[in-house]
Design a protein around this ligand. Sequence first.
Ligand code: C2E
Ligand code: MG
Ligand code: MG
Length: 582
Amino acid sequence: MVKKGKSSGKRNIERTLQEILRSKYAPSGVYIALVLIYIATNVIVNAVASSRGTIELFGGEIPTTSFAGVFASLSNIMIIFMVVYYEKKGYITSLVLMLVQTPIWLLGIIKRHNIASLPGIFTTFLTIIAITIIYINNVNMDKIQEKLRDQAITDGLTGLPNRFACTEFVNDLIKRGERFTLVSIDINNFKSINDTMGRDAGNKVLIEVSERWKNIADNDITGTLDFITRQGGDEFSLIIRNYKSNEDVMSTIRSYESALVNKVTVDECDFFINASFGYAEFPTDAKDSDALFSCSDAAMYEVKRANSSEHIIRFKPELLSMEHTLEIERDIRNALDNDAMFFCLQPQFDISHKLRGFEVLARMKSVSGDNLPPSEFIPVAEKVGLIDKVDSSVFRKAAMFFGELIKNTGTDVMLSVNVSVRHLMKNDFLEEVSEIIKASGVPAEQIEIEITESIMIDSADKALMCINDIKSMGIKIAIDDFGTGYSSLSYLNKFPADLLKVDKSFIDKMNSSESSKKYVAAIISIGHIMNFGVISEGVEDQDQLDTLSSIGCDYIQGYIWGRPLPPEEAKQLVIADIQSGK
Ligand code: C2E
Ligand code: MG
Ligand code: MG
């Protein structure tokens, strides 16, 4: 466990924090100036105290000795400044300075019978008492301040410096013009730990990871000067200084990456953690703090997007197009927070043009009010881990609408919903589906879940378990975008699907290439051999329809018979279908 609070004064992180604060209000140049002014004023005091001359001022003669008091007060003010601003160092310097000059004054009195020095000595002793009281008071105040400061700059959970400390330090280094590298770190799939094991376990993982990284930063293991902070959630920032080359930076980041190699055990469960690291250098990649954070974040998001085995990427200007991704992410979050995700319903028909059902398609508007196509926001939602929330929101809204439609019209057509792998694999997916069925009143038999072929390939066994459970509830399964993946027949055989959806790309090519037509015909045959229904997506013209009809396709979805419709129009279609009595 990480020990919270202050660690030994020699440690890197604590030392750096002190550096940040010290540089804020007590520059060492001012300290030297105060000492020099003190010494100068005392030399003047000694000189004027022993002078027997007079100065002409305001038309009268004033003895030079009277100025001794003025300069003595000035020197005492320097002493007070020193104690107030430089605390222990200032107090000790003041005592030394005053104790050194007292014998000189005493000597003046005894040898030269210069009694003008007497008030000076008296004032010096009073000043010593005053600064001692100020110093003791300061020490007490400091203890309280230090506690407050620790709270303000320390992350309560992990004991690491927090976002505020990180920003302050980055600003400070930029002000000093020092070259350094900022690394944005995000723990991969942390959300699933929270979702599956609960927040407490998630917190323990964060504490363990932080402790490992803190040890590296504190004990000069990397050969560079490192400052690790927690930004919040599963995001951390690392500041690297004192390096010679990019290789040094990479090697330092690798040390932090390697610290995660050993499993993290929490509540008797083993977690294998890895993280994404994106970094940018000041001043090479960015000239101010905001830009630097954006650059290192963009690099970190690129690691997540590329999903490659390399978990460390340096910022490059091309990544700024990622800004667009960030904007879309903001739009998605905004739509989810404001319950502004909505849906369209695209009709599906059998080959005789009888209504089979509807596919639910997610829709959303950007903050500026433009419609964002799913081809833009669905991949971003997948990448940033929001797809399950998008799916849930759309599924729930469409089911509530459909339940009402069934109540009012008695329709028995299907409602097909797209479900992403992330959503399907969630522990509470089944509970969620049962709850939606209960709340909406849509019978399970009228719900179809579309999963893409790639789910079967990437996570076959796990997906199969979920799909069997869904099937046992009475829900139908469709394999979406069929033909675009590489699923083997043996996988297909294991999957208890009801419907194959032939991808639009094959339908597009079908009438211009004999091999594409044969391919579609083969998919339809395989589907039928396995007892699946087959639907073709993206059917746009009569030629396609004729061909599909001739090769035995069961169902049609496409602009030729129906575009995605707003729910009210879908309702009219259902009513017309019932009235036509087909
Ligand atoms: P999909 O599930 O394969 O959905 C079919 C897509 O083809 C829809 O695009 C639909 O509007 C479009 N389409 C249907 N017929 C035609 C046609 O004749 N011509 C043309 N040009 N296009 C046609 P959309 O709505 O843009 O959705 C794109 C993809 O986004 C969907 O592909 C699906 O993978 C994903 N998606 C949409 N809604 C959701 C959702 O709620 N959850 C998840 N996970 N994915 C969704
Ligand atoms: Mg679909
Ligand atoms: Mg599809």
